[in-house]
Write a protein that binds this ligand. Structure first.
Ligand code: NAD
Length: 420
């Protein structure tokens, strides 16, 4: 079972998506098999000393899906239900995501089976440092560059950077991205995923028949990606945030909720639940609530055959990875709902990670305005590319994004040739 508790296997979903594109653009069986097989997978079982003096053995994974276009890049997830298949799927999606926004990376992903909410700071530090040591032989600025994902953050990256640097004997800031600014992190990385998502929503809104000023927006998962997208849509586009949720439940107000006040409430209480003046709403209800724009920003497999017919939004922007099952995609497309697929809608994070890595390698850092300007250029160009291809092939945006991405990866594989 993947880390959201749903039964669908995300790696099967990832492979189905490759087949859809391979049929459409005529990729032969050999290359199809290459595209469906993760290049390198490492499973590590390692002990961690807990605060009470006992030892516990944890399992972690690092999957390097494709290196055809450059070093692999992708986050590390801490969650009790992480599985190897989930990590494979996330690594495949990273491959396509880096190709959609045309940054010179392949895709990778990592995960550790653990419940970070039940671990102390010290236990998490020891777990992170030991996991980093275990995967150290296969990571590095020229090979595989981890980043934060669900329940990992800048502190986690700092520990990984320090552990890797201790082993090398010198500082290697470019081994991870999403680091604190003081260690070679980039301005703007913290909010890049939500910011990139807000840019593509802005670009797509006119094509989806949505006028963002005054438009109603529902956000599932008020974490890093979801809260930033909500704030920017509210502050810069004049949208109304009518519903938000987190793992404990959701809140609703037809006239709009202030995302800054919500953030403060979540900071104080640990959840958006109970926000003054709001009505409670379940995560399931939120997906079907009346709104113009729906932003799934939590975990996988949220939009399914069962609820896709009830989605009322005109535009769905996938800040999360893999929130929509293929059957739901078809239903949404037939109903005329515009979906901005994850590999485009949340690619702002990896784009600024790429900027961070480039800055670390140069040892020359850019101001926030430059980071945001370059991010905007990448997202605007990438949306235009995806929209053009989807229109040309008369397919939905996800297929358009996959055609663009897979074609780029296939071109790299073909021109490099199969070794030896
Ligand atoms: P996060 O941990 O900051 O936030 C996740 C949020 O989702 C939290 O508020 C959590 O309470 C909520 N949540 C968890 N389970 C839920 C459930 N069942 N229903 C509703 N809400 C639930 O994580 P994040 O970094 O914002 O990542 C969210 C999604 O965005 C993930 O799919 C992640 O892979 C994707 N993503 C993140 C980045 C990034 O840079 N942070 C980049 C690309 C993609």
């Amino acid at each position: 079972m993947p880390s959201n508790g749903a039964s669908a296997n995300p790696f099967e979903t990832a492979k189905q998506q490759i087949d859809i594109v391979a049929d459409l653009i005529g990729i032969d069986a050999g290359l199809r098999a290459v595209l469906k097989a993760p290049k390198r997978e490492l499973t590590v079982n390692f002990p961690v000393r807990m605060d009470d003096g006992s030892y516990r053995v944890f399992t972690g994974y690092r999957v390097q899906y494709s290196m055809a276009r450059g070093p692999t890049k992708g986050g590390i997830r801490y969650h009790p239900q992480v599985t190897l298949d989930e990590v494979r799927a996330l690594a495949a999606w990273m491959t396509w995501k880096c190709a959609v926004v045309n940054i010179p990376y392949g895709g990778g992903k990592g995960g550790v089976v653990c419940d970070p909410k039940k671990m102390s700071h010290g236990e998490l530090e020891r777990l992170t440092r030991r996991y980093a040591s275990e995967i150290a032989p296969i990571i590095g600025p020229e090979m595989d560059i981890p980043a934060p994902d669900v329940y990992t953050d800048a502190q986690t990256m700092a520990w990984i950077m320090d552990t890797y640097s201790m082993q090398k004997g010198y500082s290697v800031p470019g081994v991870v991205t999403g680091k604190p600014i003081s260690l070679g992190g980039s301005e703007g990385r913290g909010e890049a995923t939500g910011r990139g998502c807000a840019y593509v929503i802005r670009e797509a809104a006119p094509h989806a028949g949505v006028r963002l000023k005054g438009a109603s927006v529902a956000v599932q998962g008020f974490g890093n990606a979801g809260s930033v997208a909500a704030k920017l849509l509210h502050d810069e586009q004049g949208a109304k945030i009518v519903a938000v949720s987190d793992s404990r439940g959701g809140v609703y107000h037809a006239d709009g909720l202030n995302p800054h006040a919500l953030e403060e409430h979540k900071r104080k209480t640990g959840s958006v639940v109970g926000f003054p003046g709001s009505k409670p709403i379940s995560n399931e209800e939120l997906l079907e609530t009346k709104c113009d724009v729906l932003v799934p920003a939590a975990l996988e497999n949220q939009l399914t055959e069962r609820n896709a017919g009830n989605v009322q939004a005109k535009l769905v922007a996938e800040a999360a990875n893999g929130p929509t099952l293929p059957a739901a995609d078809r239903i949404l497309f037939e109903r005329g709902v515009t979906v901005l697929p994850d590999i485009l809608a949340n690619a702002g994070g990896v784009t600024v990670s790429y900027f961070e890595w480039a800055q670390d390698i140069q040892g020359f850092f850019w101001p926030l305005a430059e980071v945001n300007h370059r991010l905007e250029q990448v997202m605007v160009r990438s949306y235009a590319d995806v929209h053009r291809i989807a229109t040309e092939h008369r397919v939905h945006n996800r297929t358009g994004a996959y055609v663009l991405a897979i074609q780029r990866v296939v071109d790299a594989i073909r021109i490099r040739g199969i070794y030896p």
